[in-house]
Ligand binder design. Sequence first.
Ligand SMILES: [Zn+2]
Ligand SMILES: [Zn+2]
Length: 198
Amino acid sequence: MITKDYVANVKEAFVQSALDKALPENTEVCRCPRCVADMKTLALNGLSPHYVPLERMKALSLDQLLKNDELAYAAITHATYAAIHRVRSNPRHGEASAGAMVIHNQRELLVAKLLAEACKEREQLLECRQCVQDVLAAVLNQIPTSYVSTLKGESFKRADELEAKYHTDLLVKMFNAMDALKHDEHAGAGDWSPSAFT
Ligand SMILES: [Zn+2]
Ligand SMILES: [Zn+2]
């Protein structure tokens, strides 16, 4: 799946660390893999995403990535506690008590698919890894997330069904992001990888 190697939502790491802090204080909430995965998806779906290119994620600290935005930190803490509260009052454990769970924003796959289609019409673009990352991050940051969890190793079978109207809206966002690309500014500055987008 292309987006796993291209962009990442910084908020995933923040929610994980908020949970690491909050769970020891909330001893009555279940910690089975299913419940913990539910806390993460609930918290993340309650927050605006903050996608960045993967290289930037590796190069900068999390606080740099979030620009020390106090409001964003407060929202993360709030969403995490709200998610813990919801799982505590309505735990779903059982289904997947064994094995690790992974979480995933279904919109990543949807946007990646649309981008592959859109690229057929705009061939100039996506031979550059950085341009691909910039478009993916720009579009994903403008739409609500749709995190789901599944057992590790299991594929995400559930299709992300969306209305055609929504697809059109996504394409408009995508073409706007393509128009805003500044390829000339980073071309030749390293990491040029033709056919990165396959
Ligand atoms: Zn549980
Ligand atoms: Zn480029």
